[in-house]
Ligand binder design. Structure first.
Ligand SMILES: [Fe+2]
Length: 324
């Protein structure tokens, strides 16, 4: 298989577990301000879904001393695809082994990427069946639209802060078989960012360089809404609810999404997003952005906020977020 050939063994991100030191406040944020539904509780974990997620849930909030990534769980196309990828992961040396499933999904295989981000892949899953009060009118929609707060539609992607992107990006391409769609190439020859995709959506997993030099941190999770007006409305809702807005609504140059970024009460960065593009070209070359390109700022010329390159979770002692 070529370096950037897509195996299509991985289907999409199924769910993301994030840690929070303020579980009750984080649950309030995702349920009442973002409009997600709670579908389960276990120990100190709360399971949440957005209204268009077809699986039982897409987000797990787990109480922990520090914020950060618990695990990134990706669904494969089939049992055969799962076993094929496990073989590749085991051969890479980053495998950790099979584990039993949890609420809503079957056996899964745990591993990390070369930077230490916890990940797993699985195939068996539980398709969501809405209770009577959440049944939609249309049979091609899993749940009635949320009418609370931002009313996020679906889990969109994850961005992982990474100490050295080259080995992690190569792992994604060669071991997981997912393609790179865009990258930042620093003048030094090192990647400053890499955006990867498994479906035709142009990215689901992004890696950006951690200028604090730490390994395995979370940059943000992203949930999508249907249009730009919904992103603007989200910003107003955040303003009214004293949610720290790190990046006001604007258009990214990379991936051309329209988004705003906030910190949830546990400290994890959350993006509300719409737009972007799909990739049909099977031998498309990745788009490469240089340092000179990036110096021009985002799509409309506004500068990237400096904390994008330093703030992540877990928060590093002494690190100052601009909200302080
Ligand atoms: Fe993002």
């Amino acid at each position: 298989m070529g370096k950037n050939e897509q195996s299509r063994d991985l289907a999409h991100i199924g769910h993301i577990e994030i840690f929070t030191p303020k579980l009750n406040e984080s649950v309030h944020f995702f349920k009442e301000i973002l409009g997600m539904e709670e579908v389960g509780q276990k120990n100190r974990s709360i399971y949440l879904r957005a209204w268009n997620d077809y699986e039982l849930y897409s987000l797990v909030l787990t109480e922990s001393e520090q914020a950060g990534l618990g695990c990134l769980a990706m669904r494969t196309q089939s049992e055969e695809a799962l076993n094929r990828r496990v073989g590749k992961i085991e051969a890479s040396g980053y495998g950790q082994g099979w584990v039993d499933g949890d609420l809503g999904y079957g056996k899964s295989y745990r591993f990390t990427d070369p930077d230490g981000h916890p990940m797993k892949i699985y195939f068996e899953t539980k398709k969501y069946e809405a209770p009577d009060h959440l049944k939609p009118s249309l049979k091609n929609q899993p749940q009635k639209r949320s009418s609370r707060g931002v009313a996020v539609k679906q889990l969109d992607h994850i961005n992982l802060l990474t100490s050295h992107i080259n080995p992690t990006s190569t792992f994604m391409c060669e071991v997981l078989g997912i393609r790179m769609s865009e990258q930042i190439m620093l003048d030094s020859g090192e990647q400053g960012g890499a955006w990867h995709h498994m479906s035709n959506k142009a990215y689901e997993i992004a890696f950006t360089k951690d200028n604090m030099g730490a390994k395995g941190r979370l940059h943000h999770i992203a949930l999508n809404v249907e249009d730009r007006e919904s992103v603007l409305r989200a910003a107003d809702i955040f303003l009214d609810n004293d949610v720290f807005i790190e990046f006001s609504p604007s258009k990214h140059a990379i991936q051309q999404t329209f988004a705003t970024y906030v910190y949830e009460p546990g400290g994890n960065r959350v993006e509300i997003i719409t737009g972007g593009y799909f990739i049909n070209d099977p031998d498309r070359e990745p788009i490469t952005w240089t340092e000179a390109d990036r110096a021009k700022g985002q799509a409309w010329g506004n500068k990237t906020v400096p904390t994008f390159h330093t703030y992540g979770t877990p928060v590093i002692a002494g690190e100052l977020a601009s909200k302080s």
